[in-house]
Design a protein around this ligand. Structure first.
Ligand code: XMP
Length: 516
């Protein structure tokens, strides 16, 4: 029996995944589907409510994505958010026009009717807007529930059908009462049972793995030390014990202490059959003289596969490969119904394995978001710091050393990175940052040390700290000056090869998170 689910129909909003996660935070399962999804497909997925997401298009643009009109006739409640409200209103007879100015940011909502979706929300409440078009004329079929100073129909309801529309975004934290609004939709309007629990998911997944893997078969898991592969390994170990073998490829491009952490967690604590392939020399030899970021990625990706294949040959009866594929990866690679969210992910798979290695795949995290995976990690007994650690790219420090990678530069960056992360953690900033790391720039700048001028063999180091909900867009974090000062002083004093330290204050886009 499929769990009772809410379908989030994706019109290309940057917030689609956030909406789906918010729904799950209310203990209701959610699925992200493309606009092409049909009523039959929705029924098959046990959908009890539909959310139409926002999106970058104007409903009047050529090729503007539009859902199948029939889903509004299913007698299943529909919540349209921003573009989703405009699409819903347009299909049901409202009149949408471009607004004179784009409205972006916080605004005051003035509620005229608290019924249903706006129940228990303060009469005047702050909401987050981000739109160009507005619904201009409602028509007789709709009633208005709220307005803002610039938007006469900020929340609307159809008089006879279960359709409500919000011009603002209840899913973002900038709408402080957004959680209540989503709760109203899920529990009062859709009458959800709220019985989606991660613990149940875990028990079902373990059961599923046990019945799939034969008693004489083994599963290989490529461990990187990251959250996804670590949780995958912990689940598999819980399900099949010593029929799991893990391979960790030491490519020489890790942070300091990484191999020891993986060994102590998995070999010593979980007693997992962990094989560490010590291949640093192979990688560094292949990378000698290479400065182009894409070439670095290709070499590392290729070498990783070779080392992994060689190591896996020593594991008898290995039929399956466990991978930490997450729900966002599944959506992004276009597997969603209708597939509008299909895009991106190109270089992000570097450091992973190709599909055709001859193994059958086991992907226990395919339906989960990252924060759910972190929670599962803790339930499975992974150390807290490992469950909540920041992402680390497959090609490792190679894409954080600009230009050529040498053992000396790797050693310098490992020392810098260690200091930065130690200070960020000690200051309590680590959990407030999505990703923090340092970068080594092989350019010399002039400095003074004592009475001497320093220039030769001196590097610049940079710190990057970003906040983001999905890593597709990101902002730099306004960390304390005190913290920056401490890191800078320590790096320059303790790492003699660095005489200048800078903080990266660029957003993504146009910059990316990594420097290469
Ligand atoms: P960018 O730099 O594209 O990074 O803004 C977005 C996220 O992806 C990670 N990243 C990678 N992960 N292999 C990976 O496994 C890669 O080649 C790679 N490049 C970037 C990056 O750390 C950030 O979390």
């Amino acid at each position: 029996m499929k769990p009772e689910s809410i379908a989030v129909i994706d019109f290309g909003s940057q917030y689609t995944q956030l909406i789906a996660r918010r729904v799950r935070e209310h203990n209701v399962h959610s699925l992200i589907l493309g606009p092409g999804v049909t009523p039959d497909q929705l029924r098959e997925s046990n959908i009890v409510g539909i959310i139409l997401s926002g999106g970058p298009s104007s409903v009047y643009a050529d090729n503007a994505p539009r859902c199948c009109d029939d889903i509004l006739d299913m007698n299943v409640p529909v919540l349209g958010i921003c573009y989703g409200m405009q699409i819903g209103c347009q299909i049901l007879g409202g009149d949408v026009t471009p607004s004179a100015t784009r409205e972006f940011g916080r605004t005051q909502l003035d509620i005229t009717n608290h019924a249903g979706i706006l129940a228990h929300v303060s009469q005047k409440s702050t909401v987050w807007m981000s739109h160009g078009d507005v619904v201009n004329t409602l028509g007789d079929e709709f009633e208005s529930l709220a307005r803002t100073p610039t938007c006469p129909y900020a929340a609307v309801k159809h008089k006879t059908r279960p359709f409500v529309g919000l011009q603002f975004h209840p899913e973002v934290t900038h709408t402080p009462e957004g959680n209540m609004i989503l709760r109203n939709f899920l529990y009062d309007i859709c009458q959800c049972k709220g019985d989606w629990r991660l613990g149940d998911f875990l028990a079902d997944t373990i059961e599923g793995i046990r019945s799939r893997i034969g008693s004489d078969e083994r599963v290989i898991c490529g461990l990187s030390g990251g959250v996804d592969s670590s949780v995958t390994a912990a689940i598999l170990h819980e399900a099949i014990g010593d029929r799991l073998a893990c391979i960790f490829v030491d490519n020489g491009l890790m942070r300091s202490g990484e191999i020891e952490l993986v060994e102590s967690t998995f070999r010593d604590h979980f007693k997992i059959d962990l094989r560490v392939a010590r291949a640093a020399d192979r990688f560094l030899t292949k990378l000698r003289g290479v400065t182009d970021p894409q070439k670095k990625r290709t070499i590392i990706g290729h070498e990783f596969i070779e080392v992994f294949k060689e190591e896996s040959r020593s594991i008898p009866n290995a039929k399956y490969l466990a991978q930490g594929t997450l729900y966002p990866d599944v959506i992004e690679s276009g597997h969603s119904v209708g597939g509008v969210a299909a895009n991106i992910k190109l270089h992000h798979n570097v450091g992973g394995l190709p599909e055709k290695l001859g193994f059958e795949l086991v992907e226990p995290l395919r339906e989960l978001f990252k924060d759910e995976v972190r929670q599962l990690g803790e339930q499975l007994g992974l150390p807290h710091d490992m469950a909540w650690r920041h992402p680390f790219p497959g090609p490792g420090l190679a894409v954080r050393i600009m230009g050529e990678i040498t053992p000396e530069r790797l050693d310098i960056l490992q020392r810098i990175d260690h200091i930065a992360l130690e200070e960020i953690t000690a200051a309590g900033w680590y959990p407030k940052i999505a990703q923090a790391f340092t970068v080594l720039l092989p350019i010399s700048t002039v400095g003074v040390q004592g009475d001497d001028r320093s220039y030769q063999n001196q590097y610049v180091a940079a710190l990057r700290c970003v906040e983001t909900s999905d890593f597709m867009t990101a902002d730099w974090v306004h960390v304390d000056y005190e913290l920056l000062a401490r890191i800078s002083t320590r790096v320059i004093n303790e790492v003699k090869e660095v005489n200048r330290f800078v903080y990266d204050i660029s957003s993504k886009p146009p910059a990316t998170i990594e420097w290469e």
